[in-house]
Design a protein around this ligand. Structure first.
Ligand code: ADP
Ligand code: MG
Ligand code: ZN
Length: 502
């Protein structure tokens, strides 16, 4: 790999002011493709989900997917955009083997949504407003696999395989206006923006927005200008960055790289760049100047899209609570601090905790189990919380059994362990494993008597006033009852029977 000069981050920011532009592609979760009835499920054999339309065969005519348009409008509304009263698709002409029509059906100067903004929260709680240029509809390309080379890239490959199953899957591209004024926090803003957008998309239910599966990917445009100047510098465009961490790293790397080039008297070329996960670097892709001409023209085979104001209003009314406001509300309802809320978010536990409280558990209990025992198990087994084989209703039932005194915390952990091991519902696990707090006073009394008899010396010490020694007897009783006794009650009974005050 070529060695790239980098300026230190601090020195770069001491001289320059970063300007960013983020282009995010979201693959919609529609059942069928954007312009034909082919399934969007990518499970089957290569090229099994294609038809004359998405293969671009002569004479095939596209039809717009209504849910695709509806999803675009919802995204536009949630991003505070204006919704076009009338707009068209456009052909973006270029040749690439994974695009059988030789043009991508996209939108150009008539996007369905434009002029919006998204407020994002930074780590210290500050709100940063990112202005949105537009959100437009387009279609995905197919997938090429380059075979025979060392890198998997086209260079050095002996041949390429093409799979058009993905060709025509609906995409929404969301483009920001140039993001200025973030200074040293530009990489953090980029990450927070993509994170917030992802939450928003999920909340709207238009896509699962799983970045690791390519359902959401981000191009990071970045340029530097010397402090105190207005004019934007030349940008680089790092393509297809597919994790939140990588978005942040790509922006940071480009800031340091641009600064090094500029400081050494060089010029930045406007080009696309590839991001490398292994070391967080970027390398040059193709030169891309502004004169790049896709010969866009209005798509003659599709009727214009003219969403009625009534429809848009109806969709606006149906929008869910925005993620940022929901988080704020839940943080207050749960009475947690910013740090704990952040941990809950990072663990992906928000919806699980909400579902657990909806199933009847107090929120502190719901949080305790998801962020404690279950988070530990998820961590150990390399799964996310929502992949664990336990439902919020089951966690709520465990909390209920603790609240009613049928289980103590230790037993509750064993019950969850049983549920995770596939032994059944909490009640079934309690039954099968015989896990119940021994609250029957008679049985407890007998266990205490036995412990006193077996530990006469300790019992004498306690009688003599060494109350602290009671711990050893409590331990003996807990052991005898296999942890199923209420420890506080056991202690009371011991002291009572030995005639000392607690
Ligand atoms: P392209 O088709 O070349 O990707 P777009 O207009 O779709 O162009 O996206 C460019 C993105 O970069 C937008 O988010 C825009 O706001 C941003 N941008 C434009 N000029 C600059 C610049 N000089 N520095 C940083 N970002 C820029
Ligand atoms: Mg771009
Ligand atoms: Zn098709």
């Amino acid at each position: 790999m070529t060695v790239i000069d980098l300026e230190s981050y601090e020195d770069a920011l001491a001289t320059y002011d970063p300007v960013m532009g983020l282009e995010v592609h979201v693959e919609l979760g529609t059942k069928t493709k954007m312009f034909c009835g082919c399934s969007t499920e990518l499970k089957q054999d290569a090229n099994s989900q294609t038809c004359p339309v998405c293969l671009g065969l002569p004479g095939a005519l596209p039809v717009v997917n209504e849910i695709g348009v509806e999803s675009a409008i919802k995204i536009g509304l949630a991003l505070n955009c204006e919704i076009a009263e009338w707009c068209r698709f456009a052909r973006k002409n270029y040749f690439y083997p994974d695009m059988p029509k030789n043009f991508q059906t996209s939108q150009y100067d008539e996007p369905i949504a434009f002029n919006g903004y998204l407020d994002v929260q930074l780590e210290d709680g500050e709100i940063f407003r990112v202005q949105i240029e537009r959100a437009h509809m387009e279609e995905d390309t197919g997938k090429s696999t380059h075979v025979g080379g060392a890198t998997g890239r086209i260079h050095g490959a002996s041949h390429s395989l093409l799979d058009y199953n993905r060709a025509g899957i609906p995409l929404i591209e969301i483009v920001t206006k140039p993001i200025e004024g973030a200074g040293a926090r530009a990489p953090e803003v980029a990450k927070a923006y993509v994170a917030e957008l992802r939450e928003l998309i999920k909340a709207l239910g238009v896509s699962e927005a799983r970045m690791e599966m390519g359902q959401m990917r981000c191009d990071v445009n970045l340029s530097l200008r010397p402090h105190g100047t207005e004019k934007f510098g030349t940008r680089s465009e790092t393509k297809n960055v597919n994790s939140l961490r990588s978005v942040e790293r790509a922006a940071r790397f480009e800031i340091q790289r641009h600064a090094a080039v500029l400081n050494s008297g060089g010029t930045i070329v406007q080009e696309t760049r590839h991001f490398h996960e292994e070391d967080g670097s970027t390398t040059a892709g193709r030169i891309k100047d502004n004169a790049e001409d896709y010969r866009y023209f209005p798509e003659p085979d599709l009727v214009p899209v003219a969403p009625s104001r009534d429809w848009a209003e109806e969709l606006r009314k149906g929008l869910p609570e925005l993620p940022r406001l929901r988080r704020k509300r839940l943080k207050e309802e749960w009475g947690v601090n910013e740090h704990d809320m952040q941990s809950i978010l990072n663990a992906g536990a928000v919806d699980l905790i909400v579902a657990t409280t909806d199933a009847g558990a107090p929120s502190d209990q719901a949080r305790k189990w998801w962020m404690g025992e279950l988070a530990r198990n998820a961590n150990e087994t390399g799964r996310s919380l929502d992949e664990l084989p336990v439902t919020p209703a089951q966690v709520a039932r465990v909390a209920e059994l603790v609240a009613s005194g049928d289980l103590n915390d230790k037993l509750a952990r064993q019950v969850l362990e049983g549920v995770l091991a596939g032994e059944g519902d909490p009640d079934t696990v309690v039954e099968k494993r015989g896990l119940k707090v021994v609250s029957d006073e008679g049985a407890l009394g007998t266990a205490v008597d036995e412990a006193i008899a077996a530990n006469a010396a300790i019992a004498d010490k306690i009688r003599g006033g060494k109350v602290a020694a009671a711990g050893a007897l409590v331990g003996a009783v807990m052991k005898a009852t296999r942890g199923q006794a209420d420890a506080a009650r056991v202690r009371e009974l011991i002291l009572e029977k030995l005639g000392v005050e607690g």
